[in-house]
Structures are given as C-alpha cells and as structure tokens.
Design a protein around this ligand. Structure first.
Ligand code: FE
Ligand code: FE
Length: 222
C-alpha cells in the first residue's frame, strides 16, 4: 500500500501497530515461560490479557475506518522480540536473565508508547474522536506497563547483583542503597581484582582481600 496522504499514513501506522500487537500476543507466553521471578511472570501475564484487548480495540478502529487490519509486518517489533529471545538463548535462567528480559520488554513498551502516541495525535488532528479515545486508552496501558516493569525490576536487579534475596520489604531503601553502592562497587572490584592477583603471588598479605570479601561474595554469583 502506498502512502500519499495523511489518511494513508494513519492507516499504514495503524496496520504496523496491529502487527506489533499480534506479534506480542504470540511472544509473551514464550517469554513468560523463560522468567524465574513470579512477579515478572504475573506482570507479563496481566499485560498479555491487556494486549489481547488492545488488538480488539484496533479491530474496532479498522471497523470505524472501514479498512482491513492486516497486510503489514511490523519489523520494529519483530527485531525487539528477536532480541528478547536471544536473551533466553544466551543467558542461563535466573535473575540475570530476568533482568535482561525486563529490559527487552521495556523496549517493547517504549516502542508501543511511541507508536500509539503517533497515531493518537494523528487521530486527534483528523478529528476522529472515538478512534482517538481508543488509542489513548491503549497508550495509557502501555505507559502503566512500563512503570510496572520498572517496579518489578527492583528486586530482580538486587537478586541479579547478589544483594540479598530480592524480597519486597524496604523496597525504597534498597533502591537507594543500590544506587550508591553500585558506583563504588564497580570501582572497588576493579581494584580488588588487581590486588588479589598481586597478593596471591606474595602469599603473606591477608588484609587486602579480606577487607573486600563481603562485596566480592555478593558479586560472585555473576
Ligand atoms: Fe500493546
Ligand atoms: Fe504493550
């Protein structure tokens, strides 16, 4: 289908996002199977149900426009989902894979936020009130999902970094700790590694590696 007018563009963009949603509906169950965190799986399950409703909303949009919904493959979503699946293949199951998959899913949501933002704005300009409403409803769900994923990333990242068991209590404190520890951790680790090698050879200095032992065991799960 060639695009000449703003109306053509609108329909083309809608077909693109329709394809994106269909791909997401197929992919989410597979991604859900690959995550370890119950919270992440639940968030994904919930969004799968929402996504099915989003497809229905788009069906309604095409009905109003009297256009066919199909006929396009969203290459952007295809690439994003391929990236998600590559994490499943390349990372052993556990919190690190979960952290990677949350990141991949947030990229998907951000893509959708852009796409729905575009078509919602066009719908408004075209004074397509009902369509605008439907698209904004979905746009809000995608934004909420992105926020939800940021929330569940907290305990998952802690677990991935080997910081405690990633329990929910004191979530706020944990987040602050994480941020401040993170920066120093990386620097410390670099120095530690050097120190340890040198010390091992000399064989008699025990202080240096001990001082950092609590941090290095935290990281050893990586
Ligand atoms: Fe969606
Ligand atoms: Fe979504």
């Amino acid at each position: 289908m060639s695009v000449a007018t703003a109306e053509d563009l609108f329909v083309a963009e809608l077909k693109d996002i329709y394809s994106a949603e269909k791909q997401a509906v197929r992919a989410f169950p597979r991604i859900a199977k690959a995550v370890e965190s119950e919270e992440v799986r639940e968030a994904l399950q919930e969004h799968l149900e929402q996504t099915k409703q989003q497809v229905e909303r788009l069906d309604r949009v095409f009905e109003i426009l009297e256009k066919r919904a199909s006929g396009k493959t969203c290459e952007g979503m295809k690439g994003l989902l391929e990236e998600a699946f590559s994490h499943v293949e390349e990372i052993e199951d556990g919190p690190v894979r979960d952290a990677a998959l949350i990141g991949a899913l947030q990229k998907v949501e951000h893509y959708e936020i852009s796409a729905y933002g575009t078509v919602a704005t066009l719908a408004e300009a075209m004074q397509q009130e009902e369509i605008h409403q439907l698209l904004v409803e979905t746009l809000e769900e995608e934004k909420q999902t992105d926020e939800k994923l940021t929330q569940v990333a907290g305990p998952v990242n802690s677990a991935a970094l080997g910081q405690g068991d990633g329990e929910e209590e004191d979530e706020d404190e944990d987040l602050e700790d994480e941020e401040s520890e993170d920066e120093t951790d990386d620097e410390d680790d670099l120095e530690e590694d050097d120190d340890e090698e040198e010390v091992d050879e000399e064989d008699d200095v025990e202080e240096a590696p001990k001082k950092a032992s609590s941090k290095s065991t935290k990281k050893s799960k990586r």
